[in-house]
Design a binder for this molecule. Structure first.
Ligand code: HEC
Length: 712
């Protein structure tokens, strides 16, 4: 009865509405695809919330999933949820998936991968979104958790048993190489094209024999069967094979697309942004240009065949992964309408191509770059730099860029700066430290860019935080007379847990491992290494004797130095990476002059920057009267057709609305925890909402478990 009456009243309302409320949002305006649509536009056509009334925004509902790590603040939520016909689908800090009533925030169902006996967290567990498929009748969600793709009935939250093996597919299978023990997942959702789920993956980039090749695959949405594969590390006989040493396809990993994909459904092209090859910071075992790492790839979405590609960094030794799915845009270029594809980068360049041909719309020059001083390394002699648009953040720390916040801060910064190698982008890492700017998280990052079709502006947030990175000579694992556990620790663990076991904050909060034996025994440590934990990857590929040696070292066994390991080359490089270190002053503020974070509008028609404003504040500095300085940000903007930009993502835990015309601030409010995610915009029953996941857990901020929806 109810189901009959509801559409009837809906229809009646529509009849009344047509003449009376023409400008109002219709019944449902969905956000049915990750980042808004298959073009990754981060754009909403809704206009109910506009420049005049935005000041009246208020919280419509808050949903608390109840599973944040409030004590250690190690969980995050990076999810850009889907909203389809009044139901919101999202994920929680510990990767439970759920459906909510999008008008009230009331929970409808949850799906917890931990209920699956075979599921192990396998580490690196953040989730950025879900994929939705329907033929108009059946509705299924395709989600990834651990190494599995699960197919869930969107109405009930139950697994769909005829997909894969009882509702799931193991991403380890079908990669044309044995990767059984290795870490693989997909923190961004795949993209739907016809009856296919096209999917990239996240793999370990920390090197050693532990990295999975990041091949791109399509799976049948009904059966889970793998329909095609594109080798991002080419096999013998394939295009690009000779850009690697012979045989690298059998041992090299990475060149994966962790940032998500975009699809041009009309042309049947899937656009794939790939990342660096593993190991991120040393490429002596992969001398060459390394196609298809760091590429924007245009693949035939039906077959996986390559149509064109452009490599944005040759032989990447800086971890310059392409960080976001490209925006498929229409631009007016020299008076001609062109369907184009725009790719943002961590270096804060934007590459713009004709979607069909791969021709760059603005010239790109190969600029000579400095050689590497590292043994066995061979940096590529040039790197591609677009003539236009200009970089949307600074790229060089000169003496005059050093912080002047206080005399002490300036002196502290100067000391680090004088010791390190300072150069323009693409100065190779060295043993004494290299300033990498924009830093490892960008520049542009995984929150992506929003495109406003009416102005041709690409809206992108940028962090302006330099990092100081270095490598040290590594001991050969298993070589004689070296404390084995320590050399294995240096190779595999130090990058996150620090030189002195002090911990860090690169992948969320990384705990200190000091006095570990007071908290953890050997069994528990072995478990953590096999499965990974939170955002820590699994080290299942390490042989038992190497795990024993690490355990002896970390648990301070009396005979730690004597534990023997076989000469097994799990770490085949002459260097290890000294960790993800931001260039900060003695109080932890950026060691350069502001702005430390910006929001930018770049006109893709002209290739010029339309406007730039600082984004975010350090509350305690602002309270002391420091001008708006900006902060790092995670998560991206959404632009609406009423000329509003919705953006959270900042250190100050705020949600803001900007005017898309000039970046002026129209509204701001505190969130229950930092919204390190991209908002979603939708309408139900004629009412417009903006929802943002507030998971915190980065930049030293508290973790949260809330989704907050705003409306008028
Ligand atoms: C990519 C960064 C990263 C790397 C590399 C890494 N870890 Fe971790 N590790 C983490 C994070 C993040 C956590 C916290 C996980 C959580 O509790 O959610 C963690 C937790 C741990 C814990 C649990 C500590 C506690 O007090 O609960 C141990 C033990 C540990 N790591 C050991 C290691 C060892 C040994 C290695 C090298 C083989 C390693 N880690 C490599 C990021 C990393």
């Amino acid at each position: 009865m109810y189901s009959f009456i509801k559409p009837f009243w809906g229809f009646l309302l529509l009849l009344i509405c047509i003449p009376a409320c023409k400008d109002d949002a219709p019944q449902y305006v969905n956000w049915a695809v990750y980042l808004g649509d298959k073009h990754s536009s981060q754009y909403s056509p809704l206009t109910q919330i506009n420049k005049e009334n935005v000041k009246n925004l208020k919280v419509a509902w808050t949903y608390n999933s109840g599973d944040a790590d409030h004590e250690k603040n190690r969980t995050q939520i990076q999810c850009n949820p889907l909203i389809i016909d009044g139901i919101l689908y999202g994920s929680s800090p510990k990767l439970k998936f759920f459906a909510l009533n999008a008008e009230t925030g009331k929970e409808i169902w949850t799906f917890d991968p931990f209920d699956d006996q075979e599921y192990k967290a396998f580490g690196m567990g953040v989730n950025r979104g879900l994929a939705f498929w329907t033929d108009g009748q059946q509705k299924r969600l395709l989600v990834t958790a651990g190494p599995f793709i699960y197919a869930i009935n969107a109405e009930t939250g139950n697994l769909i048993p005829d997909f894969g093996a009882n509702g799931k597919v193991d991403m380890h299978d079908g990669l044309d190489r044995n990767v059984d023990n290795l870490f693989i997942n997909s923190n961004t959702p795949g993209i739907i094209y016809k009856d296919k789920l096209i999917l990239g993956c996240r793999v370990s980039e920390s090197g050693g024999t532990g990295a999975v090749p990041g091949h791109i695959r399509a799976f049948n949405v009904h059966t889970g069967e793998q329909e095609w594969i594109f080798h991002t590390i080419p096999h013998p006989g394939e295009y690009g094979y000779e850009t690697w040493p012979p045989g690298a396809w059998q041992y090299s990993g990475g060149a994966n697309a962790w940032a998500g994909l975009s699809v041009d459904e009309e042309r049947g092209i899937v656009f794939v942004p790939t990342g660096s090859a593993s190991f991120d910071f040393y490429g002596g075992d992969r001398i060459g240009e390394n196609l298809f790492a760091n590429c924007l790839l245009a693949l035939d979405a039906n077959t996986g065949d390559r149509k064109w590609h452009f490599q944005t960094v040759h032989h990447d030794i800086w971890d310059r992964d392409l960080p976001a799915p490209p925006n498929l845009v229409r631009v007016n270029h020299n008076g001609k309408e062109i369907d184009a594809v725009a790719q943002i980068t961590k270096s804060s360049y934007i590459f713009l191509f004709d979607r069909e041909t791969g021709e760059p719309l603005f010239p790109i020059t190969e600029v000579p770059t400095s050689p590497s001083t590292l043994e066995g390394e061979s940096a590529w002699p040039t790197q591609p730099i677009p003539v236009k648009p200009p970089q949307f953040s600074r790229n060089r720390v000169t003496e005059k860029d050093l912080t002047t916040r206080t005399p002490e801060a300036n002196a502290y910064a100067r000391k680090i700066w004088e010791q390190a190698t300072e150069g323009e982008h693409f100065t190779p890492l060295s043993e004494n430290g290299t300033i990498v700017f924009p830093g490892l998280d960008g520049g542009g990052e995984w929150g992506g860019a929003a495109f406003e079709p009416s102005s041709g502006n690409l809206i992108v947030n940028a962090s302006e935080m330099p990092w100081v990175l270095s490598l040290s000579k590594s001991d050969k694992i298993g070589a004689k007379n070296i404390p084995k556990g320590k050399s294995i620790y240096n190779a595999f663990c130090l990058s996150c847990h620090g030189k002195d076991l002090q911990g860090g904050d690169m992948f969320g909060a990384v705990p200190s491992l000091k006095n570990l034996k007071e908290r953890i025994d050997k069994n528990q440590l072995t478990q953590i290494l096999q499965n990974g934990k939170g955002t820590m990857p699994s080290f299942n590929f390490l042989p038992e004797d190497q795990i024993d040696a690490i355990a002896a070292f970390l648990l301070e066994a009396p005979d730690a130095e004597k534990v023997k390991v076989e000469e097994q080359d799990t770490w085949p490089y002459p260097y290890y990476f000294n960790g993800y270190t931001r260039f900060q002053d003695q109080e932890g503020y950026p060691a350069i002059t502001p702005p430390w974070g910006t929001l930018n509008a770049i006109n893709l028609n002209t290739g010029e920057i339309s406007w730039k404003v600082t984004l975010g504040v350090y509350p305690e500095l602002a309270a002391n009267g420091m001008e708006p300085m900006g902060s790092e940000s995670y998560g991206g903007p959404v632009v609406s057709s009423s000329g509003l930009i919705f953006m959270a993502g900042t250190l100050d835990e705020k949600f803001r609305v900007f005017d898309s015309k000039d970046g002026s601030l129209l509204f701001e409010t505190m969130l229950p925890a930092a919204g390190f995610a991209t908002p979603a915009v939708y309408a139900v029953d004629g009412k417009q909402y903006i929802v943002i996941a507030c998971g915190g857990g980065k930049l030293g901020k508290k973790s949260g478990d809330a989704y907050v929806a705003f409306s008028l």
